[in-house]
Design a protein around this ligand. Structure first.
Ligand code: NAP
Length: 251
């Protein structure tokens, strides 16, 4: 129960990594605020947490839309205890991998907006209150795609996630004196429902063998990393990029 007494907002927790982080936090005593856009998926995660004995509530918002974020922030402020832990997890790969000269500018914008700008807007909304309280813990999500160059990289997504890394480090430098920590998790391929449906089995096997620890990541692997960063065990850790990658990113 390392997070007993804490309130944690996990964005993008209707599925995948965010849902696993939310369940891990709830299992460790946090009151979890679930967020996403898909109400049915949010209701499923909510039900799971309650059936596991945890406490959670649900908020729907599109984190690329400023008025949506402001409405969510204000409703959470009315309904819940102050947010101690903010996991800005919502995001995804909104652009197809392509040669740079062939990237569709609309897809480029979607990748930057859906990852970097959404992270910025979310942190911006909750930071003033954390500063006022003199405490807080912020965790962002980057990706192994932003840890080293690949010839067939999803460049827009990688650039957005590299932006999330330096954003988080600048944030850590700014807010440390206010009692707030900020760290970033960079997962390699995680076997979420979406990836299991999207990636063919033979490709999954080839990817598995590229890892020094020869398996792909599970959402729970990221959940445990987030628990470490959210808990007092990491009380002197800020501004790090934590690779959760089975050794596939050795930098
Ligand atoms: N899975 C991987 O292999 C992997 C690897 C490296 C990094 N990551 C990063 O880890 C994070 C989670 O990834 P995932 O694989 O769990 O993704 P996922 O299964 O596709 O889930 C994405 C979550 O983010 C929410 N979301 C996306 N855009 C949103 C928006 N504009 N406003 C509000 N909510 C939004 C989705 O909400 P709804 O579905 O309810 O709309 C969903 O809850 C992402 O930032 C991703 O880039 C994932």
């Amino acid at each position: 129960m390392e997070l007993a007494g804490k309130t944690a907002l996990v964005t993008g927790s209707s599925r995948g990594i965010g849902a696993a982080i939310a369940r891990t936090f709830a299992a460790n005593g946090a009151v979890v605020i679930l967020q996403g856009r898909d109400q049915d998926a949010l209701a499923r995660v909510h039900g799971q947490i309650l059936s596991e004995g945890g406490k959670a509530s649900v908020y729907v918002a599109d984190l690329t839309i400023l008025p949506d974020i402001e409405a969510m922030r204000s409703k959470i402020a009315d309904d819940c205890d102050p947010v101690d832990i903010l996991v800005a997890n919502a995001g995804g790969s909104f652009a197809r991998p392509a040669l740079i000269e062939e990237i569709d500018p609309l897809e480029w914008n979607a990748a930057i907006t859906g990852n970097l700008t959404a992270t910025f807007l979310t942190v911006r909304a909750f930071l003033p209150h954390m500063k006022k309280r003199g405490s807080g813990n912020i965790i962002t999500l980057s990706s192994a795609a932003a840890r080293k160059p690949y010839p067939v990289a999803p460049v827009a997504y990688a650039a957005a996630k590299a932006g999330v890394q330096i954003f988080t480090q600048d944030l850590a430098a700014q807010v440390g004196p206010f009692g707030i920590r900020a760290n970033c998790i960079a997962p390699e391929t995680i076997l979420t429902e979406r990836n299991e449906q999207r990636i063919p089995p033979d490709r999954l096997e080839a990817m598995r063998l590229q890892h020094p620890i020869p398996r792909l990541g599970r959402p729970e692997d990221v959940g445990q990393a987030a628990l470490y960063l959210a808990s007092e065990r990491s009380s002197w850790v800020t501004g790090i990029i934590l690779d959760v990658a089975g050794g596939a990113v050795l930098v």
